[in-house]
Design a protein around this ligand. Structure first.
Ligand code: SF4
Length: 357
């Protein structure tokens, strides 16, 4: 079977897309084959991203008090999870928080606000924050995550300098009704399409461990391939007390690695980001997962604490990776010889032109 994973990697590397059956076989790989699977998926990761890790940093601009009822979310309507609840950060507070992540090594800042979607004034507010971040840190990418967008809002955010927009599909369409009732899967897809239409880089991913079947997990990943999501955050359910999913523990560290491997095989050249639940569910396999995924969040999540940022950066270094955009990575890039195309011979034998001698 392990040679089958290598064959699958060979075939994906030459441009043959993985099929549903391939994806299911990866998801159902035997525990004893885990490292062979990682080695095969790791070839795709290295082919597209080398030894770089993209580091992202979350700033929760507005926390809790959401009118939507996403059953997995600690900020949702009806959630009793004792998370921080506050209204919008000021521009200076947002800049300070973003700066902490950027100084820590993040190349992308994700500005997130709970809620169904932004009002026109909210878009102005976020645009102002984005302007401040971009003035201070012009090379940093900014991703916004503000919920459902109405017509014209994606274009306004793009005009303000936002690079990407996150809106996860979260789960398969066939499982969506089980996790939220206040909006539909189609609503989510509509916002992803709006962001693409405005020239924003679509960031859309999923949450594993929501009661989905293997087939539904694969369905969600194929939907993300279809949606052409540039970056795919793979979250592992954090079952907060006080939410309908409290006490839901469906994941093992090895399954989480297999889920990331499926994502890599199905979407080989996309940024696969290990997102919420990394520490809790991957535990001691976090490092191994980095050989499949190429992106993580640094430090804390929206409502829960992550491991120390220092430990994240150590893990990256210890595994032989470099942070994308770091001085180390730029030096590595500068040391690489410029690719030179072979120059086709048009003189000498077989031509009327004098040979090069
Ligand atoms: S819309 Fe976002 S913040 Fe609100 S409940 Fe759903 S996931 Fe949580």
């Amino acid at each position: 079977m392990s040679s089958t994973f290598q064959q699958l990697a060979d075939s994906v590397l030459v441009g043959t897309p993985a099929t549903h059956d391939d994806a299911l076989a990866v998801l159902r790989a035997d525990e004893a084959e885990l490292m062979s699977l990682v080695a095969a998926a790791g070839r795709l990761r290295r082919a597209h991203f080398g030894n770089t890790v993209k580091v992202n940093y979350l700033v929760n601009l507005k926390s809790g008090l959401c009118p939507e009822n996403c059953n997995y979310c600690s900020q949702a309507l009806g959630s009793d999870a004792p998370v921080l609840k506050y209204s919008w950060l000021s521009r200076d507070e947002a800049l300070e928080q973003a700066g902490a992540g950027i100084e820590g090594g993040a190349g992308r800042v994700c500005l997130v606000a709970s809620g169904r979607g932004p009002s026109s004034r909210d878009v102005d507010k976020v645009s102002d924050m984005v302007g401040a971040v971009k003035r201070e840190y012009p090379d940093v990418e900014v991703c916004a995550c503000l919920g459902f967008l109405s017509d014209g809002q994606a274009e306004r955010l793009r005009g303000a300098g936002v690079d990407a927009y996150n809106h996860n599909i979260n789960t398969a369409e066939s499982n969506h009704g089980n996790i939220v009732q206040t909006h539909t899967y189609a609503d989510r897809v509509d916002t992803v399409e709006k962001t693409k239409g405005a020239g924003l880089s679509p960031c859309s991913g999923l949450i594993a461990g929501l009661g989905e079947t293997d087939e539904q997990l694969v369905e969600a990943l194929f939907a993300l391939r279809e949606l052409d999501s540039d970056s795919i955050p793979v979250n592992f359910l954090m079952p907060f007390d006080g939410t309908p999913f409290e006490n839901t523990w469906e994941l093992t560290p090895a399954r989480c690695v297999r889920i990331l491997a499926v994502a890599r095989f199905v979407c080989p050249d996309r940024e696969i980001r290990i997102a919420g639940g990394r520490e809790m569910h991957l535990r001691s396999l976090q490092s191994i997962a980095l050989h499949v995924a190429n992106s993580i969040f640094l430090g804390d999540y929206l409502t829960s604490e992550g491991q120390d940022a220092k430990a994240d950066l150590e893990m990256i270094r210890d595994n032989g990776f470099v942070v994308l955009g770091s001085e180390e990575e730029l030096a590595q890039r500068a040391a690489r010889p410029d690719p030179v195309d072979p120059s086709i011979r048009r003189r000498g034998a077989g031509t009327d032109v004098l040979p090069n001698a």
